[in-house]
Design a protein around this ligand. Structure first.
Ligand code: DAU
Length: 332
């Protein structure tokens, strides 16, 4: 039995993780901490709000007093930190909140872990901390040994947090693990990220804005595969270790956007090439050999199947994203 604090649990990956854990480990207690920023959606958690093994606490991870109070009440065994500002474009417009939540917030959580004791602090990080890879070197991949070389304020804030996590491990002996994932996709993703934005725009016959030449490559990972990886790391991962989690699935943006048009029966004439993102990373590609060898993890969802399921989910759950677009979700 475990009592797990999941921060950022009203966001995309956090919520999927909570659903996964409640299903997979009946009897585990999950305490979801979320500030409910624009990216958190309490409606996502509505179906589990009354579950006896679930608690929701509206709280900013930078609120030291609030975090300490929660640790005193809950005495968690494990903290999984998903809480983060995560959208690269927003970090280019306004970096400051990224530094606050992603770095200071992580520090506050780890101080609480040191003060009250913990069996594991798990930091959910990103492959973006490694920077990018050239398009003409398909032989290159990010491994856990690849030096940190962040490009955007977002990825620099995540890289800073990773350094802090490792420093708390070395200095205070905090039992930590870090996972660095590639691009996730699946249900409940906020419609500002590539896949849900393109699906919701296509469904409402709006233009599909492709940055630059559309040839940037990402390594797409179905969110449930990512959740399974974190579960394995919590149970069997080695303290002080980093695990890369990738989808073995490199695709360029334009291919994905065309595929979405095809799935939805929408014309490619909706595609509009727009000004490129500043400092736009060219290619991400993860080598997940370590987590495969040590924890026997491999992505199980093929992209063809994952994207079909995802498109279907957005078609069937139109209300969920329409309430986001109208702002109604912020009222709870
Ligand atoms: O690699 C993991 C990272 O993946 C996470 O750490 C980030 O939190 C997450 O946001 C994601 O970062 P990206 O910048 O790769 O994701 P995004 O969905 O914003 O963009 C994916 C690609 O699509 C990227 O090359 C930019 C492009 N793009 C994005 C948007 C929103 C477009 O061409 N048009 C768009 O409107």
């Amino acid at each position: 039995m475990m009592n797990i604090i999941v921060t950022g649990g009203a966001g995309f990956i956090g919520a999927n993780f909570i659903f996964y854990m409640l299903r997979k480990h009946p009897g585990y207690r999950i305490v979801c901490v979320d500030k409910l920023t624009y990216a958190g959606n309490i409606l996502t958690l509505q179906p589990i709000m009354k579950e006896p093994d679930f608690r929701f606490e509206k709280l900013d991870i930078c609120d030291r007093e609030g975090v300490y109070r929660l640790f005193e009440e809950e005495k968690p065994d494990v903290v999984v930190n998903f809480a983060a500002e995560s959208h690269v474009d927003r970090s280019i417009t306004d970096p400051s909140v990224f530094l606050q939540t992603n770095i200071i917030g992580t520090g506050v959580l780890m101080d609480a872990c040191c003060k009250y004791g913990i069996k594991r602090f798990h930091q959910v990080s990103t492959d973006e901390v490694y920077g990018d890879l050239p398009l003409d070197r398909p032989d290159l991949f990010f491994t856990e040994q690849t030096p940190l070389h962040a490009s955007s304020p977002y990825s620099a804030s995540k890289a800073s947090a990773d350094l802090l996590v490792m420093a708390y491990h070395r200095t205070f002996g905090l039992p930590v693990t870090i996972s660095r994932c590639s691009n996730n996709y699946g249900p409940y993703q906020f419609p500002e990220k590539l896949i849900p934005l393109m699906i919701s725009n296509a469904l409402t016959d709006k233009p599909l804005p492709v940055y630059g030449d559309g040839l940037n490559v990402r390594d797409w990972l179905y969110v449930e595969d990512h959740c399974r990886a974190i579960d394995l790391i919590l149970h069997n991962g080695q303290e002080g270790e980093v695990y890369n989690v990738g989808g073995h699935n490199e695709m360029n943006n334009i291919t994905i956007v065309k595929l979405i048009c095809q799935e939805l029966g929408k014309p490619e004439s909706l595609i509009t090439y727009v000004t490129d993102r500043k400092g736009h990373d060219r290619r991400y590609a993860i080598d997940p050999a370590k987590i495969h060898a040590e924890l026997d993890w491999l992505p199980e969802t093929r992209f063809a199947e994952g994207i079909r399921k995802t498109v279907r989910w957005y078609v069937d759950n139109r209300q969920w994203w329409e309430k986001i677009l109208s702002g109604e979700y912020l009222k709870g």
